[in-house]
Design a protein around this ligand. Structure first.
Ligand SMILES: [Zn+2]
Length: 138
């Protein structure tokens, strides 16, 4: 059964897309923090430590510190986000291989079409990818 649609408010998705535009042609990355009930609370940009155009690797120290702080605060890693400056908004084979958080959503923004970014969400569990519909509030 498909998962229910998730709603993101503009104060979360706008900064994600702005960061993607700012960091292009490099991939941008960050996380969406959620509350204990699984509702998205805020966006937290991370530094892409990969230093490559076509790959993202959140800075490990930053991510570790963040996940520890979230645990202490009773919050969750609602979503893991990165951008695809030159490819469609779906997980690449390396994205699927590297997906280590089955309980988080994977959010991908594509900047392939100038001026019309596309943001999509996926669940990636054991190499299987399922899209989760995303409602972007304005
Ligand atoms: Zn990717």
């Amino acid at each position: 059964m498909p998962e229910e649609a998730r709603v993101l408010s503009a104060r979360i998705w706008r900064p994600m897309l702005e960061q993607a535009a700012r960091e292009a042609p490099y991939e941008a990355c960050g996380v969406v923090v959620g509350d204990a009930q699984g509702c998205p609370l805020r966006y937290h940009p991370l530094r892409n430590a990969a230093g490559r155009l076509d790959w993202f690797e959140p800075d490990r120290r930053e991510l570790l510190q963040l996940t520890m702080a979230l645990e202490d605060a009773g919050e969750t890693l609602w979503g893991i986000y990165h951008s695809h400056p030159r490819s469609p908004a779906r997980p690449s084979s390396s994205d699927v291989e590297g997906a280590a958080y089955p309980e988080s959503l994977y959010l991908i923004a594509s900047l392939l079409r100038p001026g019309a970014p596309v943001l999509r969400a996926f669940r990636i569990v054991d190499g299987r990818v399922a899209e989760v519909s995303l409602v972007l509030e304005t």
